[in-house]
Every structure is written in C-alpha cells, then in structure tokens.
Design a protein around this ligand. Structure first.
Ligand SMILES: Cc1cc2nc3c(=O)[nH]c(=O)nc-3n(C[C@H](O)[C@H](O)[C@H](O)COP(=O)(O)OP(=O)(O)OC[C@H]3O[C@@H](n4cnc5c(N)ncnc54)[C@H](O)[C@@H]3O)c2cc1C
Length: 335
C-alpha cells in the first residue's frame, strides 16, 4: 500500500493546480489520473488573464500553442458587437500536460473506483492511503460519487451539454467569436482560433431546457456547421464529440472532513460563459491552502461569473437557464 499526505484524484487544471501548491508547501502529494498525459480533453481552450497569472504562465517561455485575441466578437440576435479585450487560447491537450508537469508532483495512471475510510485515512482501491483527499476528477469524479453525492447533489437545471471539434485549419480571422441564443439555443456557439493553424469550434446549451423543448444539441450543431460554412468557408465533415458538465449552483458542501471537491467535480464553471478552467485552477489552489495551513476551504475568490456579475451576466444566465431563446426574449430579459 502506498502512503502519502495528500492524494489528488484527477490531473486536469484543478488537480494540477492543487498538486503544484501542495508541492510548493512541502506536502507529500500524489496525483492519480485514469489517463496518461497528454490526454484529450474536450474544451474550447479559452483562458483569461487571471488564469495566465494564477498558473504562472509566461507566454515567452510557454512551449506550446498560445494565442492572444485583441477582440471578442459577440453575436446576439443579429447584433454584432466587436469588444476590445485581452484574452487567450491554448490547446488543452498541451496545456494540461504542461500544467501537470510544472506541478512537480508524482503522477500515477490509475482509475479510482472505491474509496473507503480507515480511521482518519482514506484508502483508495486498497492500494493508496492518505490523510487528505482532493477530488479533481471532473464531472464524473469518483470522490463526488462516493463521498459527496448526497451532500452536494448535481442540479439538473445547471447541466450543460456540448459538442465540439478541434482541428488543423489555417484560419484568416484570428479573433474569437461567440453566438448567443441562435435559433433559440439556450446557450452559445463559438469559434476559437489557436496559434500555429489550429481551430476549435463548438456549441453548448442547457440540457434540461433543450429536452423541455423536444430538441437535442445535434439539431443546433447542424445549423451551426451551416453558418460556419457560410461565414468562414469552413466545411465540417467530421462528427464532433460531446461532453457534459455543470455550471455553478450551491457550493455548501465542497468539503467533508478532510475530503475536498474542486473544479468540475464541485460544479464551479461560471453561469454566464460556462468558463471552467479559471474556477478549476483557483479552487485547486484554495483546497491546497486549506490542507497546508489548516484553513477553512474558502472559495470566496472563485468567481461564478466571467463578466463580473452585472446585468449582462445576469441576462445571459437568465437566458441559459430560464428564458431567452425565443425571438423577443432578449428585450424582456433586459427590462
Ligand atoms: C466543449 C467544452 C468547451 C469548454 N470550453 C471552455 C473554455 O473555453 N474555457 C474554460 O474556461 N472552460 C471551458 N470548458 C470547461 C472546462 O473544460 C472545465 O471546466 C475544466 O476542464 C475543469 O477542469 P477540472 O480539472 O475540474 O476537470 P478536468 O479537466 O475534466 O480533469 C479531470 C481529470 O480527472 C480524471 N479522472 C476522471 N475520473 C477519474 C477516475 N475515476 N480516476 C482517476 N482519474 C479520473 C480525468 O482523466 C481528467 O484528467 C469547456 C468544457 C467543454 C465540455
């Protein structure tokens, strides 16, 4: 049996950030992930300046693809708003492997199935033993499933469903585009260019609202693919892949005893743009702080809104989860 102070289940942004901080603080930490890195992760790979700061990424020395956008193009019910900004894109395949490597933590490829208590310790699959356990295994995290399912239940109304493709493409438009509520979608679609000729396109919406309308995300995908061809001349003839995760709801029980939930395992993605990398990184850091310093697990600086929580954030959140979609509803939401 392998013993350590802390076991982190999942080596994505949440787990790698927790592991890095724990290593810096001198803890004996082990990361378990079911996949060897680099591993494929469905994600548009848009990151904010806060993420760049939190993970200590220096664009000049980062070894992989990193692109900065100077404009974010919002498309909303026929309106086109080019918003000046500084935002970035990475490829998750590369970024997550870099982040985990930078953590300096030992990593074992292991699919966590069973978690038991033995006195004050957690025992994983009869093979690993630790005092502190950090759940960073994404939507299907076994730490959530085994220890938190009742205390921190998933909220169906906050579940997103997504489809996306990432492929080599010599794009001409190097800005990011977002289309909100097209054809009644309770969500948005995106075009996110990556450095050195890669592109990510995708679509996401609230699963329960789509179901309530008798639609599925594929219907919207086909319409989106048609728009991409018309607007950018991009012809999509490969099937996209899908994934589901939860945007932020109540976070009353993200720590039980010495077990913590971080990132998607806790359902921390923002309500307005479904941004999950930043909340994953920050929550991983805060879980590590709680372990290292005996603090409470404090998520007060993990934002639930990418756009500051003002009326635009609230309108979009309202539109995703409740109303906008049908023509005319934007105006109603703003009032
Ligand atoms: C299509 C799509 C587009 C997105 N676009 C963006 C975006 O542009 N920007 C943004 O900020 N967010 C985006 N998100 C959200 C973002 O990808 C997630 O919120 C983020 O990856 C959460 O990080 P995490 O570390 O919590 O989980 P993950 O990145 O999912 O990592 C979890 C890790 O746990 C491992 N694991 C799972 N189960 C087990 C097990 N039983 N045993 C061991 N290991 C296990 C997995 O292999 C994985 O490596 C997007 C999501 C999707 C689906």
């Amino acid at each position: 049996m392998r013993h350590c102070d802390v076991i982190v289940v999942g080596g994505g942004p949440a787990g790698a950030s927790a592991a890095r901080r724990l290593r810096q603080g001198g803890a004996d930490v082990l990361v378990l992930d079911k996949e060897p890195f680099p591993r494929h992760k469905l994600c548009a790979g848009w990151i904010t300046p806060e993420v760049v700061h939190d993970v200590g990424l220096d664009p000049a020395s980062y070894p992989d693809r990193f692109l900065s956008f100077r404009r974010l193009h919002w498309h909303l019910k026929g309106l086109h708003l080019p918003i000046p900004c500084v935002q970035h894109s990475i490829r998750r395949f590369e970024f997550d492997a870099w982040l985990l490597r930078e953590s300096g933590a030992p990593v074992e490829v292991h699919t966590v199935r069973q978690i038991d208590r033995d006195g004050d310790d957690y025992v994983i699959d009869g093979q690993f033993r630790c005092k502190y356990l950090i759940g960073a295994g994404g939507t299907g995290c076994p730490v959530h499933r085994q220890l938190f399912r009742q205390a921190q239940p998933r909220v169906r109304a906050l579940q997103t469903v997504t489809l996306e493709l990432e492929f080599e493409h010599q794009w001409r438009d190097g800005d990011c585009h977002l289309w909100f509520f097209e054809d009644g979608l309770p969500g948005y679609s995106w075009y996110v260019p990556k450095a050195r000729g890669w592109l990510n396109v995708g679509i996401g919406g609230m699963a329960q609202r789509l179901k309530g309308r008798g639609e599925d995300i594929w219907l919207h995908w086909h319409r989106f693919a048609h728009r991409l061809e018309k607007r950018f001349g991009i012809r999509i003839d490969v099937e996209p892949s899908g994934y589901s995760y939860y945007v932020r709801g109540p976070i009353d029980a993200v720590r039980l005893d010495n077990a913590f939930l971080t990132g998607d395992a806790a359902g921390l993605a923002t309500r307005d743009l479904c941004e999950g990398i930043g909340p994953a990184v920050r929550s991983g850091m805060r879980a590590a702080d709680a372990v290292l310093h005996g603090h409470a697990y404090d998520l007060s600086d993990v934002t639930g809104s990418s756009m500051g929580g003002g009326w635009i954030s609230r309108m979009i959140d309202w539109g995703f989860t409740r109303g906008i979609g049908r023509p005319g509803m934007v105006a109603a939401a703003v009032r």
